[in-house]
Design a protein around this ligand. Sequence first.
Ligand code: 5GP
Ligand code: MG
Ligand code: MG
Length: 179
Amino acid sequence: MQNDIQEILISEEEIQAKVKELGEKLSTAYKDRDPLVICVLKGAFIFMADLVKNITVPIELDFMAVSSYGASTKSSGVVKIIKDLDQSVEGRDVLIVEDIIDSGLTLSYLIKLLENRKAKSVSVVTLFDKPTGRTVELEADYKGFVIPDAFIVGYGLDYTEHYRNLPYIGILKPEIYSN
Ligand code: 5GP
Ligand code: MG
Ligand code: MG
């Protein structure tokens, strides 16, 4: 698995420091608001787990699974809900936890959905942001790293469902894609 990585773009230590910093910001922002923190599966599962350990105020958690890419590396624009939330968002302060924003299509769909379900507020925290990939106007409320327009894997992010368990962010060797 490590042999498939061409370059480590962001180390485990850098990620952990950033997640701690985001947790501190969110602890201040969501003090006394008991937000519903929503993990967008699968990509955000590791970020979610590390992030909530750094949030020091009361929160509730829920999980949603969506798929926008299939097995490819580019967004199809079609967002499919594979697993919906267990609870209502009506009247709640909602924080969406995302792994990465590229085109913005997945998130803009999710934000609209939660607003239609009458959430009190909908905010977004993303660990990675690729602003050059945007096809819809969308800005995260909280973000970790702005990255160049490359396809990254690790720390929850996959290529054909592999590499999610790498503790760092890497770029795959080009020959992996042509297999
Ligand atoms: P968007 O809808 O913003 O184009 O893409 C959203 C989803 O596509 C992300 O949550 C993530 O699952 C996937 N994605 C976007 N860019 C990358 C990337 O560089 N690497 C990986 N592994 N997934 C990505
Ligand atoms: Mg995602
Ligand atoms: Mg994926």
